[in-house]
Design a protein around this ligand. Structure first.
Ligand code: HEC
Length: 255
């Protein structure tokens, strides 16, 4: 019996948790697919700031609107900018891949499965880690994706971020912990030196929403699965009680 119990417990270990990993990134976030307001803001940011270059080939506007609780006219008026795109279309981008290669030296990849490929911590960290680097053609580099070809398209919101020598609560790059202050001394600290339209916390929230939206796009059926889960458990419980009562009824005369 004990052995069977162990086998059962083992089967319940979430393997996805074990499979996750990869290189350490400076920030982490936990997606919340139940937070519709966050997902809606994320979609709005995506269509405004990212869809000029990136597509979501496997995601339709209509499906996202339904899942995120947005009416069709609102999506058509505010989130579809290209006259070539309709409500039932996939979320294609406006730019041809060859143009991106010519302009940026790299094609902007489709991001439908990006959250599954890189993980949400990576995307979140990546979007927060652009910093000024005049030696780059785009004027920026990225602490998570070195020599990246993408410009920092969120700069109007974030402001200009630079890599400076400073004390920090978080370890950055080759940071050294100062045992007296408990802070890290490093010359790889990212700091906003010219403010943008958003305060740093506000910007982190916007990037959270954007990453949350990409997490949803990677697994849209997860939203339905999560909603279905409790119902299935309730059904199993009620069915279990009925089965037990039935069993008692059947065996009563035999015992
Ligand atoms: C002006 C065009 C452009 C815009 C707008 C843009 N990107 Fe990019 N993005 C690129 C290019 C080009 C790359 C490829 C970079 C490379 O390979 O060096 C890229 C790469 C990425 C990657 C990494 C892909 C990988 O290799 O795994 C992510 C994630 C990403 N972009 C997210 C975003 C998000 C989110 C937005 C909106 C806030 C956005 N991008 C807006 C051009 C753009």
């Amino acid at each position: 019996m004990k052995k069977q119990l162990f086998a059962l417990l083992f089967a319940l270990v979430p393997f996805t948790a074990l499979a996750a990993g990869g290189a350490a990134v400076p920030y982490s976030m936990t997606p919340d697919l139940q937070d519709q307001a966050s997902l809606q803001r994320g979609m709005q940011l995506f269509t405004n700031y990212c869809m000029g270059c990136h597509s979501l080939e496997h995601q339709r506007f209509a499906r996202a609107a339904e899942d995120l609780g947005m009416p069709q006219d609102l999506v058509e008026e505010n989130l579809i900018f290209s006259s070539d795109l309709a409500f039932n279309d996939q979320m294609h981008n406006a730019m041809a891949a060859e143009d991106a290669e010519n302009w940026f030296g790299a094609a902007a990849p489709d991001l439908t499965l990006e959250a599954r490929l890189r993980g949400t911590d990576w995307i979140y960290s990546y979007l927060l880690s652009f910093y000024k680097d005049p030696s780059r053609p785009t004027g920026v580099n990225n602490a998570v994706f070195e020599l990246v070809a993408m410009p920092n398209v969120l700069e109007p919101l974030q402001g200009v971020q630079e890599m400076v020598c400073a004390e920090s609560d978080r370890p950055h790059g080759h940071a050294e912990l100062d045992p007296l202050t408990g802070k890290y001394q490093s010359c790889e600290v990212l700091q906003v030196t010219r403010p943008g339209a958003m305060e740093p916390e506000e910007f982190e929230e916007a990037v959270y929403d954007l990453t949350n939206f990409l997490a949803y796009v990677g697994e849209p059926s997860k939203l339905q699965a999560q909603a279905l889960g409790p119902k299935v458990l309730i059904f199993i419980f009620i069915f279990g009680v009925i089965a037990y009562l039935l069993k008692r009824e059947y065996w009563r005369d035999i015992h």
